[in-house]
Design a protein around this ligand. Structure first.
Ligand code: SF4
Length: 304
């Protein structure tokens, strides 16, 4: 079957089953094109509270499917590949959160949405890279235990010196692999290009950037900029939207290997099979959904 045939079959099944397809900017271009909504984690979380459909198919990694399920406990939430799992989502433990709560009275546990439902369930509030600064600045607590990503935590901590951050050692292997040397080399090769990087990159990398922001933030920055050339320091799936919105601008990867192997497990073949078979489905216990929902709703409230 060609990509076009799969796309038309997906469109047909989607209507028949009253399904909505949501996709992250890091999945393959053709999967993004087959989706009703494409966005970063913040957009997808917010959109998931507004969906009017019987089925949600989340084209992204498993924690995204879990978030959609937590926000839509009565809907069937499907993910085209259950093995598409983000390693960083597991890089903190429920035990470490409990230990930190023992140690500090005045503590907020802030959980990046790139985390398992189990971690969200023991946290006070969730954040995305797009809203973390606003949300943490609005918390009354002085001590902030930020899980699981150390780099996003450092990026926010640097801007909020009034808070006492406790760092966790998780990281996204895609963004963490970028180095300062990569940035210097890319800037030397493309001296007219502005460097845009994601805050999941190391501080030595963000220090070299002209713009630091979430995936949606980078897209908006580039689209509104008068510059014509950009170095992109995030997962390269974002190039699809960047090219669509900015056909007259030129983009270069800031380093090699900016590909998330987990996001790339979501293919058109699997999306089609998922719609046909209504599998794999995200199943979470009622307790887990209830406990994970509270910090997510608090995020949406505080981000307003
Ligand atoms: S890009 Fe990084 S944070 Fe996002 S899913 Fe892949 S490994 Fe996880």
């Amino acid at each position: 079957m060609t990509t076009e045939q799969m796309a038309s079959e997906i469109e047909k099944l989607k209507k028949e089953k009253n399904a909505v397809i949501m996709a992250h900017y890091y999945v393959y271009d053709e999967v993004q094109d087959a989706a009703d909504f494409v966005g970063d984690s913040f957009f997808l979380s917010r959109k998931a509270t507004e969906i009017d459909a019987d089925i949600i198919v989340l084209c992204g990694v498993r924690f995204m499917g879990e978030s959609a399920k937590v926000l839509n406990p009565d809907k069937k939430v499907l993910i085209p590949e259950y093995a598409a799992d983000c390693p960083m989502a597991h890089m903190a433990t429920v035990e470490s959160v409990a230990a930190m709560r023992e140690q500090y009275d005045d503590l907020a546990v802030v959980c990046y949405v790139n985390s398992t439902a189990e971690l969200k369930a023991v946290s006070d509030v969730c954040v995305t890279s797009a809203n973390a600064l606003k949300i943490v600045s609005r918390l009354p607590q002085k001590n902030i235990f930020f899980i699981p990503d150390q780099n996003l935590a450092h990026f926010i901590a640097d801007q909020l010196p009034e808070k006492n951050f406790i760092f966790n050692d998780g990281y996204c292997h895609v963004h963490h692999a970028l180095t300062r040397e990569d940035m210097l080399k890319a800037k030397a090769e493309h001296p007219n290009a502005l460097l845009c990087v994601h805050p999941e990159c190391k501080p030595e990398v963000t220090a070299e950037a002209d713009y630091i922001g979430s995936t949606a933030g980078i897209i908006n920055y580039v689209t509104e900029s008068d510059a014509k050339e950009f170095l992109i320091g995030t997962e390269l799936g974002v190039l699809h939207e960047l090219h669509k919105r900015n056909p007259d601008k030129t983009f270069y990867p800031a380093a090699e290997m900016q590909i998330c192997p987990n996001m790339k497990k979501i293919t058109m073949e699997k999306l089609l099979a998922t719609l046909k078979e209504e599998q794999p489905e995200i199943i979470l216990s009622d307790d887990l959904m209830e406990n994970a929902k509270a910090p997510m709703m608090r995020m949406l409230e505080l981000a307003k």
